[in-house]
Design a protein around this ligand. Structure first.
Ligand SMILES: C[S@@+](CC[C@H](N)C(=O)[O-])C[C@H]1O[C@@H](n2cnc3c(N)ncnc32)[C@H](O)[C@@H]1O
Length: 207
C-alpha cells in the first residue's frame, strides 16, 4: 500500500482520535507561537487534519498547510470552513515538493519526518523554502532511540497494515541531517513524557 493510500484510509479514524498528550501539544503550540510574528508567512507540511495549522493561522499573517493525503486535506478544509477571521490555505502536496512560492518565515513539520522515505531530500526542499533567518520547527519520532521491543512492535504493526512505513532515525542522525541541509540547530527538547520525539528549533542562517 502506498503512503497516500494508507493515510487516506486512516484519515477518518485519525480525525476522531483525541490528542495523545494534550499537555505536550499545548506546550508545542506555545513554543511555536512564541517564535512567530503577526506578519509571518508560515508553511506546515504533513498537516494532517489541520488543527495545528488553524491555530497558527490565528497568530501569523498567512498559513499554507500541505499533506500527502487528499482525505486529510478534505477533513482539514471542512473543519476550517467555519473559521471566520483567518483560515489556512490547505493543499494536497508531498513534503518533498517545493511549492515554488516566496520563501516562508517558518516551516513546521510535526510528527512527519519519520514518515518520509528520504529525510535529507525533504530537508533540502524545506531549506530552500525558508527565508534566511527563518525557522524550521519540527517534532519527529526517533524510533532508533527507543527500546528494541518498540522497534519490533512497530515492524509488526507495519506488517499488519496498522502502522505506516517509518524511517528509523535517531535524534543524533536527525540533528546531523539538519546541519547537512544547512540549518543551525538552536534547541532540542522533549515536551512530553516520551523521550523519543524531540521538538527541534532550527534556523536557516542569515547569510
Ligand atoms: C502522524 S500524522 C501528523 C499530522 C499532524 N502534523 C499532527 O501533528 O497532528 C502524519 C501526517 O503526515 C502525512 N504524510 C505522511 N507522509 C507524507 C509525505 N511524504 N508528505 C506529506 N505528508 C505526509 C500523513 O498524511 C498524515 O496526515
Amino acid at each position: 500500500m502506498t503512503a497516500q493510500a494508507f493515510w487516506d484510509r486512516h484519515a477518518p479514524k485519525y480525525a476522531r482520535q483525541p490528542i495523545a498528550d494534550p499537555t505536550a501539544y499545548e506546550e508545542k503550540l506555545r513554543r511555536v507561537t512564541a517564535l512567530l510574528h503577526p506578519t509571518d508567512r508560515v508553511l506546515e507540511i504533513g498537516c494532517g487534519t489541520g488543527g495545528t495549522a488553524r491555530h497558527l493561522a490565528r497568530v501569523a499573517a498567512h498559513v499554507t498547510a500541505t499533506d500527502l493525503s487528499a482525505e486529510m486535506i478534505r477533513i482539514a478544509k471542512a473543519r476550517s470552513a467555519a473559521d471566520t477571521a483567518s483560515r489556512p490555505h490547505f493543499l494536497q502536496a508531498e513534503a518533498k515538493e517545493d511549492l515554488g512560492r516566496q520563501p516562508f518565515d517558518a516551516v513546521c513539520a510535526f510528527s512527519l519526518l519519520h514518515l518520509v522515505d528520504d529525510i535529507p531530500n525533504v530537508l533540502d526542499v524545506v531549506y530552500r523554502q525558508v527565508k534566511p533567518g527563518g525557522y524550521f520547527l519540527s517534532k519527529t519520532v526517533c524510533l532508533k532511540d527507543g527500546p528494541r521491543w518498540m522497534q519490533m512492535m512497530v515492524r509488526v504493526l507495519i506488517g499488519l497494515g496498522i502502522a505506516p512505513q517509518v524511517t528509523l532515525v535517531s535524534r543524533a542522525e536527525l540533528t546531523r541531517h539538519l546541519a547537512d541541509a544547512g540549518f543551525d540547530v538552536l534547541e532540542t527538547r522533549y515536551l512530553g513524557k516520551k523521550r523519543i520525539n524531540p521538538f527541534i528549533v532550527a534556523r536557516r542562517p542569515v547569510a
